[in-house]
Design a protein around this ligand. Structure first.
Ligand SMILES: [Zn+2]
Length: 57
């Protein structure tokens, strides 16, 4: 579940700026969607290389 949507998308965690470790990816009509675990404990939702959301983990 996504609790917050990043106001600005970027390649790293919106909360701490670190890049997450990709856990899984799958294709969608809008591009490759991935889920990455950040070092701060949050899950990042990545679409086509951009973080579009994260959990409060
Ligand atoms: Zn983080």
């Amino acid at each position: 579940m996504i609790d917050e949507i990043a106001a600005e998308t970027g390649p790293g965690c919106p909360a701490c700026g670190r890049a997450g470790v990709t856990a899984s990816t799958h294709g969608s009509a809008e591009g490759t969607v991935g889920y990455a675990r950040c070092g701060c404990g949050r899950w990042l939702v990545v679409l086509a290389g951009r973080v579009i959301g994260f959990t409060m983990g």
